[in-house]
Each structure stands twice: as C-alpha cells, then as structure tokens.
Design a protein around this ligand. Structure first.
Ligand SMILES: NC(=O)C1=CN([C@@H]2O[C@H](COP(=O)(O)OP(=O)(O)OC[C@H]3O[C@@H](n4cnc5c(N)ncnc54)[C@H](OP(=O)(O)O)[C@@H]3O)[C@@H](O)[C@H]2O)C=CC1
Ligand SMILES: O=C(O)CCC(=O)C(=O)O
Length: 476
C-alpha cells in the first residue's frame, strides 16, 4: 500500500483503495492509503504545530527546496507523465506536458518567494511611519480534482510553501498516484516535519475534516460547482479564507471572417483534447451563419480522423473518459441532447478497444440553441455542440448568457471584433485565435460568475490568497 505522509513520516491509512487505469480496467496501478477522520486530525495537528516555525523560515531555504522539487519533476517528466496518463487517461504527450508544467510551476515559485514585497508609507499623522507587509496565512487545506492530477496540486502547493504556509493536500480519490509521486519528491526536499502532509482519502471524510477544523486557516478547492458551493459555505461559515475554482461552459465564437483551419483546430483542441475533461474546455461552439456549413463539414472530417484508444498507445489523439460514473454522465447528456432536438452530427456511441476501458467516440451536436440543457450544464466529456449565430452581436450575447465565466474565445481576422470581444466577454480568461483550454503558468487563472470564488490562482496573483496583509504603524 502507498502510504500517507504525515508529520515527516510515511504512515498506513485506516483502509486503502485501488487505483484503476481507465484505459484498461484490468490494470491496477496500486493500492493507496485512505485516511479516516482520526488520521486527518493528526495531520492537521502536525501542520498547525509546524506553521509558526515555517512562517519564519529563511526564504532562501524555501527557494532552494522548491527549485529542487521542480528540477526532479522535470528530470522525471516522461516517467511521471506516463503514470499520470495511466491513472487519469489523458494521452501520454498530454501527461508529459502536464508534468513539465508542474515542474515549471515549482521553479517559478522558487523565484517568487524571493520577490515578496511590502510598502513603507508616510502616515497622514505626524511622526509616524506605516508599513504594509504580507505574512503567511498559516495552514492551507488543498482539495484537488482528478482532471489535472499533478498540475492543479502543484499550482496550489508551490505558492503555499513559497509564501511560508504549511500544506495539507487531499488528491481526488480517483487519481492518488501522481500526488503520491510528487509527495515522494517533496519528502526529500528537506522541509521540516509537518510542513507538507499528504492525506489521501474520501472528500466526505478528509475534505470535510479540513473544512470544519479551525486550525486550517485557508481552503483551496478545484472541482465541481456543486461541491464547490458546499466547500465555500462551510469555509465562510467559520471565517476561513477560501478559494474555489469550478466549472465552465466556455464559448468559442467563430466569425464569418475566421480562418477555417484555425477555427477547426481551436474547436477540436478545446472541445475534445484531454477527453474534454477540462474546466476550460470549449463546450459551446457559437458559429456565425456564413461559415457554419463549412465549419460543420470540416469538424466532421477532422473528428473522423482522430484516433481514440489506450492513453499510453502511440498515435492516440483521445484517451478514455476517467471512470464509469463520468462515462454515464456523458452518455446521459448525449441522450438529453437528442431529446432536446439537437442534431447528432458525429459520434454519440462508445468505442470497443483492445482493452476494457471507458472509451467514448468524440461527439458533436449541431443545430443547438443556447437554452438547451447541453448548452447550459457542464458535461465534462468529449461532447461538443455547435450553436448558429446571426451576427457577432448575437454570438457575443449568447457567449455571455451563461451562469459561468471561466474562459471565452473568438476566432476572427477582424481587429475590431477581437478588440471588442476582449473588452466585453464576461470571463476571467479571454482567448483570441487560440483554444479556450491551455493556459500559461505565470499569469492569473480563474473566472467570474459561477466559475470561481475568491482570489485568482497562479502567477504573482497567487500571493493574494496565500498571504495575509499586515499594516504596522510605528511612531518615530
Ligand atoms: N472544474 C473542474 O476542474 C472539475 C469539474 N468536475 C466536475 O465535477 C463532476 C464530478 O466530479 P467529482 O470528482 O465528483 O468532483 P467533486 O467536485 O465532487 O470533487 C472534487 C474534489 O472534492 C472532493 N470532495 C467531494 N465531496 C466533498 C465534500 N463533501 N467535502 C469536501 N471535499 C469533497 C473530492 O473528493 P473525492 O476524490 O473523494 O471525490 C475531490 O477531491 C464532473 O463530472 C465534472 O463535471 C470534476 C473535476 C474537476
Ligand atoms: O486549460 C488549462 O490549461 C487548465 C485547465 C484546468 O485547470 C482545468 O480544466 O481544470
């Protein structure tokens, strides 16, 4: 059994669970510990005990530790990327890319912790100086989703440690292997006991314990909107700092003047790569009527040329859906789309491969309207939908008509429309002539409306969440 890591030691869980390869359900990757409430309490106590010392730790020590972690991740990116693809089902190149991104994130925050600035200001009163500084929040509880098994944990862990916080992390039950491997690397980076703790287990046990324990000063969560809302209200209920990243129903507008090849590439990458299991996926393709027939024909041709299969296989474009329950959700929405009267232009069925896995043919609905359930609810699978638009203004109105606001994209050769769209898209991230999915690691990540709550993740903006501001008045 792969153990939990608590207070600087590897410890057995109260029970264990099997980690299964979604490309081949006969392949058990390993058995991973599951903490109960008592073990989670021990981890929280260890983090709380370590927090005062780590808050005052030398920033060079932190920078060196993070840099060392980043270097080892990068050096082992092929091995770790293979493991990630085996447990989550994204293709091996996607898995390796995600691991490389995690390594880069640790190296970025190794530098960032040397750059934390404060301000010294004159006071409005005589003989007084004012200093504004940032201090660690204390103990941070991280609750991670399954769709980015190493990048999302890394973009929460690295800034937390960089700014002097102690970490408790609970990976999603479906994908413990990548975070376990990351923990093994972190365990050799020289951090004092209790500064970093891995607590694998159920959300309803471990996650709940983080949420309700007052020693956990901040909660950073990524996952579904339904769980996110519960996490936010529990954290706010006891006045903990909270950062929630949830879903999207991200539009990609294609205007009549778009380059067709660019439009199809953005749509296919954004809607179907990583099996569509991204909160930034282009889940609504809003296409102006002049280019609509050519766009749909080119999409069908492109989808027919994609190869679906074992995530670790050579030449595979799309791996399996992550598990049976996600596959059931995808199939249910395909049924809903049919019932709502959308045209099933491609796919809609499962694919049998050489191994037993959760393979679904990329599916495209056309002739959709923006008020259908498939256009409003996050499906989180390789299911795209095309909505016709009369004009740019009509397309923009539909793009913004959603309860979400994570990413919003446009494909156009018009500077006028691109500029207008950047200003008027109601989303945290706006993409012009690039897919809605796929972001840089050194700039803010997050959304508006029902997609996000709390301050942005990643880049220098991460300091906002992982530090707290102190204003000191000093008589002179
Ligand atoms: N926007 C995004 O990035 C993501 C969106 N999703 C969406 O969510 C749907 C369901 O996926 P699912 O994995 O169940 O997502 P959840 O939001 O339920 O899970 C995300 C994380 O929260 C934990 N969790 C679950 N319930 C609680 C709770 N009551 N208290 C504290 N923590 C909890 C989970 O633990 P455990 O591992 O035990 O479940 C997991 O670590 C998907 O179909 C998709 O639509 C999913 C993943 C990412
Ligand atoms: O698109 C990306 O690169 C990041 C997406 C993401 O974090 C997500 O889908 O959960």
């Amino acid at each position: 059994m792969k153990q939990n890591y608590i207070n600087g030691a590897w410890v057995d869980g109260a029970s264990s669970s099997a980690n299964i390869n979604p490309s081949n359900t006969n392949d058990i990757i390993g058995h991973y510990a599951q903490a109960d409430a008592q073990q989670t309490e021990l981890a929280i106590a260890a983090a709380a005990a370590a927090a005062p010392g780590w808050a005052l730790s030398n920033i060079q020590v932190r920078a060196d530790a993070l840099d060392k972690i980043g270097s080892e991740i990068l050096a082992r990116k092929e091995e770790l990327g293979t493991l990630l693809s085996r447990e989550e089902g994204k293709t091996r190149p996607e898995g390796i890319g995600e691991v490389a991104r995690a390594g880069a994130i640790f190296k970025f925050f190794a530098q960032e912790c040397l750059r934390l600035r404060g301000d010294k200001l004159p006071s409005v009163r005589p003989n007084l100086d004012v200093e504004v500084t940032r201090e660690p929040v204390g103990v941070v509880g991280i609750i991670a989703p399954w769709n980015f098994p190493i990048a999302i944990p890394s973009w929460k862990i690295a800034p937390a440690l960089a700014y002097g916080n102690c970490v408790l992390i609970k990976p999603a039950e479906l994908v413990p292997a990548s975070v376990w491997a990351l923990t093994e690397i972190i365990s050799r980076a020289g951090l004092p006991p209790g500064v970093f703790n891995l607590v694998m287990g159920r959300g309803s046990v471990v996650g709940q314990a983080f949420l309700h324990d007052r020693r956990v000063n901040a909660i950073s969560f990524t996952g579904s909107a339904a769980t996110g809302a519960k996490v936010a209200s529990a954290a706010i209920g006891r006045m903990a700092k909270v950062q929630i990243e949830m879903g999207g129903k991200n539009p990609l507008i294609v205007l009549n003047d778009a380059d067709l090849a660019t439009a199809v590439n953005c749509a296919v990458q954004g809607s179907f790569f990583s099996t569509g299991q991204r909160c930034t996926a282009s889940s609504r393709l809003i296409v102006e009527k002049g280019i609509y027939p050519a766009f749909v024909a080119a999409m069908k041709e492109k989808l027919a040329a994609l190869t679906v299969g074992d995530a670790l296989g050579a030449g595979i474009d799309i791996g399996p859906v992550v598990d049976q329950s996600q596959l059931d959700q995808d199939m249910e929405y395909i049924g809903i789309g049919r019932e709502e009267g959308a045209t099933l232009a491609f796919g809609g069925d499962r694919i049998e491969c050489a191994t037993p896995g959760f393979f679904l043919r990329p599916t495209l609905f056309t002739e959709c309207s923006n008020d259908m359930r498939i256009s409003r609810e996050e499906i989180f699978g390789p299911v795209g939908m095309v909505i016709p638009a009369d004009s740019y203004e009509h397309a923009l109105a539909m793009a913004n008509d959603t309860e979400f606001g994570l990413a919003s994209g446009i494909v156009t050769t018009s500077l006028k429309y691109a500029t207008h769209f950047k200003r008027h898209a109601e989303a945290g991230m706006v993409m012009v002539n690039v897919p809605t999915a796929g972001v840089d690691y050194h700039v803010p990540f997050g959304g508006r409306k029902g997609s996000s709550y709390g301050s942005r993740e990643q880049g220098t903006h991460a300091a906002e969440f992982f530090t707290t501001v102190k204003t000191a008045y000093c008589g002179v």
